[in-house]
Design a protein around this ligand. Sequence first.
Ligand code: NAP
Ligand code: GDD
Length: 369
Amino acid sequence: MTFKTALITGITGQDGPLLAEFLLEKGYRVVGARQWSPLPDDQNLTRLEKFGDRFSLRPADMSDSGNLTRLLAEEKPDEIYNLAAQSHVAISYDLPEMTADVNALGPLRLLEAIRTLGMEKTTRFYQASSSEMFGNAPAPQSETTPFAPCSPYAAAKLYAYWITVTYRNAYGIHASNGILFNHESPIRGQDFVTRKITHAVAKISLGGTDPLVLGNLDSRRDWGHARDYVEGMWQMLQQDTPGDYVLATGESRTVRACVEQAFSCIGLRVIWRGRGPNEIGCDPRTGRVLVRIDPALFRPNEVHALLGDSDKARRVLGWKPKISFADMIYEMVQSDRQDLFQGTESLLTKSLETFYQNEGSAHLIREAS
Ligand code: NAP
Ligand code: GDD
């Protein structure tokens, strides 16, 4: 029996390992493309070890077309999921050129490789487009909402969106855009706001004394669970015809509400005092400051309110999110608590080992003499 081969770029991020796990469970052979690093961080990939050699890793960089073309020629994937990106909106202001190279030209290089190799009819292509492309367009945003990108990240993603549509129309490639609203999980990068919040809350629950430091508390996001969203990516590539789909929960919350939800997971309520950069979030029982603001974390150009209308995906793909926001935040807080606890435990074990190696053995030597 032959199974399909999927190539996933961005395999070391959040969505890559979750999508790989989903596809491997369906029997796929999965090739994960990862950029070279002298100190590779494979932490998120340990969940894939159980699939043995149906999962493999290949070096690939989105800025190198020759490398990407050779990769496609050798692996001959039935499906390509292009998840690789410089995905942090705030960082894209510091690294606009690199962001454009990876996020905009990266997908172009993959699409050109498909064309060069004559794989137009044999390889399906998924592009990780983003709700950030809507910018401050009025909510709710759907596939028919005009895009209004307002960050270097979003501008680069918009190019990728249109080049995907262009190659679909010009060359008949089965190429689809998933316009995904924010999705999170316990393996979300710690610089994104949900994980930053759950990690800080977990630390506080284990005795940490540092407050959580944030930027804009009032921006609104439509947050879903990444496990639900990777299923939608796969569903898009199983359709007879390619297309573009919004995936979203249809619920929007402020960053402030996310903070309150996360603290509630450890039995703490937050009350807010002050305004603007002087606002603080406190524990009403003790007065302890749990949250404070750093104006440096505000963005030069904020996307204020994202709220998705995923009616098309629900009707055509039969997709719908299953995991609630409250359950997701609870899972993330618990996972961070567990990681921190194990980290503390292993530090404690290490220091005991060192104690026995040094002090302990000295003590034994003294006893013996
Ligand atoms: P992520 O955690 O930031 O992962 C990005 C991945 O891209 C990482 O594996 C990273 O590798 C890789 N990458 C970066 N530059 C590369 C390069 N030059 N060559 C090869 N690989 C490179 O992102 P995510 O949350 O999983 O999101 C997946 C995709 O969906 C991204 O394209 C993102 O923009 C898009 N998206 C995400 C969301 C969301 O809410 N998560 C919503 C809409 C769209 P390293 O680990 O080596 O840096
Ligand atoms: N990261 C971060 N850190 N964001 C903060 C902070 C902070 O300390 N304080 C407030 N925020 C606010 C940001 O200003 C933004 O309004 C919101 O929290 C969400 O920020 P992020 O979690 O960084 O996500 P994002 O919405 O900018 O981008 C994510 O979602 C996009 C889809 O809408 C990323 O995953 C993008 O790659 C993705 O395309």
